[in-house]
Design a protein around this ligand. Structure first.
Ligand SMILES: *[C@@H]1O[C@H](CO)[C@@H](O)[C@H](O)[C@H]1NC(C)=O
Ligand SMILES: *[C@@H]1O[C@H](CO)[C@@H](O)[C@H](O)[C@H]1NC(C)=O
Ligand SMILES: *[C@@H]1O[C@H](CO)[C@@H](O)[C@H](O)[C@H]1NC(C)=O
Ligand SMILES: *[C@@H]1O[C@H](CO)[C@@H](O)[C@H](O)[C@H]1NC(C)=O
Ligand SMILES: *[C@@H]1O[C@H](CO)[C@@H](O)[C@H](O)[C@H]1NC(C)=O
Ligand SMILES: *[C@@H]1O[C@H](CO)[C@@H](O)[C@H](O)[C@H]1NC(C)=O
Ligand SMILES: *[C@@H]1O[C@H](CO)[C@@H](O)[C@H](O)[C@H]1NC(C)=O
Ligand SMILES: *[C@@H]1O[C@H](CO)[C@@H](O)[C@H](O)[C@H]1NC(C)=O
Ligand SMILES: *[C@@H]1O[C@H](CO)[C@@H](O)[C@H](O)[C@H]1NC(C)=O
Length: 744
């Protein structure tokens, strides 16, 4: 177990106490950053004011090869910076891979696979000459219909933080800068630029564990927090990020999310993107405006030095001053002669196929419907099994839902090099057994669907739900989904098939939860397979699971409710002429933490997923003590060594007592003492364990003081509540097999 001093940190919004000075200097307290800072300071000392300012200001939306560009400064051998989307692959290029979306990474609950995807993405961005990958996306699935949820890691802050940690360390291992986005409380698309997220303090606040992992940059978001823009919010940027979390890198704006010059700079923004005030305007809030602000003293020389130093330090930190490839594409023009069509895919297709399978969640499997055993006849129903007639990249930024759904829409996308469809993959695989495949790909023609399904050994029905970024309206959904129902008549399609076939298996490609209660209890529906957004190998990954080549091990990274009203937060769709207020009244009670608290039975709980084998748990032992942490407040309070020391070891034995090899996803939840006013269960550990039939293994999960702590708003520090914290170990958030206690 690696000791992660720099890994864990927390996003939280805390009360505006009386603050002393205007700005927060980066204090150098990590050896890697220290070396980077030394180089950056030397370089900055040789820069003129206008050169320092140029480091902070994008060249402009329509200028440069990349989505964002920082100009070169030849006198310090700085070739400039190329910033490019997205969190799942290099956007707007060719020769790239289309990786599984963030939400599928979370569903693997597998740190190694998440890290391997980060490494592979880092290789592809580097191969294209991109300095800065605009990802990972870490906003929490607070409102299940929110359009960009699929880019991130689901409804739980611990899972999100761990997945972000592995993604960042993977990307940055290849010398590419990662950017955590979007900071912060940017959890819906409607009114994202004209809304304020009103987030209260601890008991009603929104807490989000994020793993910092030496990440180079944070991207501040479009929204306001407590009526102050995220890109000029002193409490979140200077207070939370640069003071409490001692963040050493730089803050960049989301595209056109900067709203001022001196307030933005003084409150913590280091870089404005893509540069100008609005698309095509020739002026910037930084650039000449910032230079003037420094000249007249509205922004101090210290602060502009700090901005430039942070940006260059990140560049040195990742070793980008040595042998970094030059940009070999133009993201605005694939036909430009700058585009060398460099193929950066390597052997990533096989990793993508494995992750696609490992992120598939088996939710229902009656009468041993799966895995398939050489069926004589199979019906394949629904447009989601086939291809987009316009090709996999037929709609700009994937802004349509045609054919197998393997990513959402918007800037969080990449071009598919190809996209394997379930129909093709099933057709190929079934040929080995001589299975007869019949298909009906119309979603509206339920008669044709029933006709194709009747009398077949198995009928697969493919249904979907899509969403994406503001700016595109797809089938009347403006970024956020309008509701949590299957698209394209999906419920009726399922019902029509189940009415005639008693072995109907539903496959869902979706951005998040959909309500399945209209049909899930129909005994003719023997299977429910949650495929999510698996990326370019969608068809092959699915078939690996359906035929048992991969024993399913995916777990839900969010709750599937019986009714959309059961969730604690909803997208606010109101149209406002003035700023829309989005109160985060649910506080900490998001996703399963709300269902547990309010005692609402979900349809499928967070962490749930079936396997083709079974596992038995035994022998819980808890050793160690959290005593003596000596929590502190002030600078770096959330990154204190003592706080993150692993002091408690939870161990137990897992046995594969079934007949197939498979991975068990063991999960550890803590239930803090009542005095903490905490949600009843908090995920604080997980592991993916591969076991042969009959094999057992001892699993060890370690806890730090931080894992046991609650932020005290009065003392402004992390403290362990006194009393018993229950330790719950099991196979999902509601399938607890072993319990114990930690006494504090
Ligand atoms: C927002 O306001 C609430 C309520 O006053 C406060 O508890 C919280 O700390 C504030 N957050 C920020 C980032 O200012
Ligand atoms: C300017 O850069 C050179 C190396 O290029 C370095 O030796 C020198 O110390 C720098 N100047 C200052 C004032 O730091
Ligand atoms: C685009 O990239 C090419 C090749 O690396 C480079 O020569 C050119 O200067 C870049 N264009 C801009 C505007 O930065
Ligand atoms: C901004 O935040 C910093 C760090 O918390 C604090 O020291 C400073 O006083 C704040 N500035 C203002 C104007 O509130
Ligand atoms: C199906 O087989 C054909 C012929 O071998 C091959 O070209 C195609 O790529 C395969 N499709 C999938 C999804 O594996
Ligand atoms: C496959 O099924 C279709 C439709 O039921 C039927 O017309 C066809 O003859 C079958 N093919 C084989 C090889 O059995
Ligand atoms: C289940 O399927 C059979 C056909 O195999 C059909 O006769 C029956 O009505 C179906 N039951 C339901 C509840 O739809
Ligand atoms: C399903 O339907 C088939 C015929 O279509 C029948 O042979 C089989 O017994 C049925 N199974 C169940 C569990 O109803
Ligand atoms: C395997 O363990 C589970 C959980 O303890 C238990 O429900 C199941 O009956 C066991 N299966 C076998 C075959 O022993």
């Amino acid at each position: 177990m690696v000791f992660r001093l720099w890994s864990a940190c927390v996003w939280l919004i805390y009360g505006a106490a009386a603050f002393g000075s205007v700005q927060v200097h980066a204090q150098v307290n990590n050896e890697k950053w220290q070396q980077a800072y030394a180089k950056a300071k030397t370089a900055v000392a040789n820069l003129t004011l206008s050169q320092k300012v140029s480091l902070t200001t994008g060249e402009g939306f329509f200028i440069g090869n990349c989505t964002g560009n920082i100009p070169a400064i030849p006198s310090i051998n700085f070739p400039g910076l190329c910033l490019e989307d997205s969190a799942l692959g290099v956007r707007n290029v060719d020769g790239n891979s289309a990786f599984p979306a963030g939400i599928n990474m979370a569903a693997t609950f597998d740190r190694s696979l998440i890290n391997q995807r980060g490494v592979a993405m880092g290789q592809e961005f580097r191969g294209k000459g991109v300095n800065i990958q605009l990802g990972p996306f870490v906003n929490i699935m607070r409102a299940p219909a929110a359009g960009r949820n699929w880019e991130g890691f689901g409804g739980d802050p611990y899972l999100s933080g761990e997945a972000a940690y592995e993604t960042i360390t993977g990307i940055q291992s290849q010398g590419v800068q990662a950017v955590v986005k979007h900071f912060i409380n940017n959890e819906q698309e409607h009114s994202r630029a004209i809304s304020t997220s009103d987030v209260d303090d601890r008991n009603t606040k929104y807490t989000c564990t994020l793993v910092q992992a030496n990440v180079a940059s944070f991207m501040c978001s479009y929204n306001q927090i407590n009526s102050s823009y995220a890109c000029e919010n002193n409490n979140t940027l200077n207070g939370l990020l640069k003071h409490e979390l001692a963040f050493q890198g730089y803050v960049m704006s989301d595209w056109f999310a900067t709203h001022s010059t001196a307030p933005a700079a003084n409150n913590g923004l280091d870089m404005t993107m893509p540069g100008e005030v609005f698309p095509g305007s020739l002026v910037s809030f930084f650039g000449l405006s910032l230079q003037l602000a420094v000249d007249v003293g509205d922004v101090s020389h210290d602060r502009i030095d700090d901005m430039a130093t942070r940006i260059l330090a990140a560049w040195y930190l990742l070793g980008q001053d040595q042998d970094f490839p030059t940009v070999n594409f133009n993201s605005k023009d694939a036909n430009s002669n700058i585009n060398k069509h460099v193929n950066v895919q390597g052997n990533h297709a096989s990793l993508i196929r494995t992750i696609g399978a490992a992120s598939t969640v088996l939710l229902k499997n009656e009468r041993n419907a799966l895995p398939l055993r050489a069926p004589k006849s199979v019906a394949v129903i629904g447009s989601g099994a086939g291809a987009n007639p316009d090709g996999p990249n037929g709609c700009s930024d994937r802004s349509c839902n045609k054919g197998v759904l393997a990513m959402g829409w918007g800037s969080g996308t990449a071009n598919f090099p190809y996209l394997t469809t379930p129909l093709d993959a099933l057709t190929n695989r079934s040929a080995l057994d001589g299975t007869n495949i019949t298909s009906s790909l119309s979603d509206d023609d339920t008669k044709a669907a029933a006709k194709a399904a009747a009398g077949k050994d198995v009928a697969f029905v493919f249904i979907t739900a899509d969403s994406g970024e503001d700016g595109y309206i797809v089938e009347w959904n403006a970024g956020d989904r309008n509701d949590l129902n299957a698209w394209h008549n999906g419920d009726n399609l399922v019902k029509a098939v189940a009415a005639v076939n008693n072995n109907t298996i539903v496959v869902v490609n979706t951005v998040g939860p959909i309500i399945v209660d209209g049909w899930i209890d129909n005994p003719n529906i023997t299977g429910l397979v949650w495929s999510g957004l698996p990326g370019q190998e969608a068809g092959n990954s699915l078939v690996d699971v359906l035929y048992g080549a991969y024993n399913p091990s995916g777990r839900l990274p969010y709750t599937i409710a019986k009714s959309a009203d059961d969730y604690s937060a909803k997208v606010n769709y109101d149209l406002h002429l003035t700023t829309l207020h989005i109160p985060y009244t649910e506080g900490l009670f998001v996703d399963y933490r709300h269902f547990d608290q309010a005692n609402i039975a979900p349809r499928f709980e967070f962490g749930f997923g079936l396997s083709y084998t079974t596992f038995a748990y035994s022998g819980l032992s808890i050793t160690g003590s959290a005593a003596g942490g000596n929590p502190r407040s002030g600078y770096g309070a959330s990154l204190d060594d003592n706080l993150h020391e692993k002091v408690i070891t939870v161990s137990f034995t897992v046995k594969n007592n079934g007949t197939d090899a498979g991975h068990e996803i063991t999960q550890l939840y803590l239930s803090p003492p009542a005095s903490a006013n905490s949600p009843p269960k908090l995920l604080k550990g997980f592991d993916s364990v591969l076991l042969e039939p009959g094999q057992s293994q001892t699993v060890q999960l370690q806890l730090s003081r931080y894992d046991l702590s609650i932020w005290n708003i009065v003392t402004q520090r992390w403290e362990i509540p006194s009393g018993d914290t229950a330790v719950l170990v099991g196979a999902s958030s509601r399938d607890i097999r072993l319990t114990g206690n930690i006494h504090n």
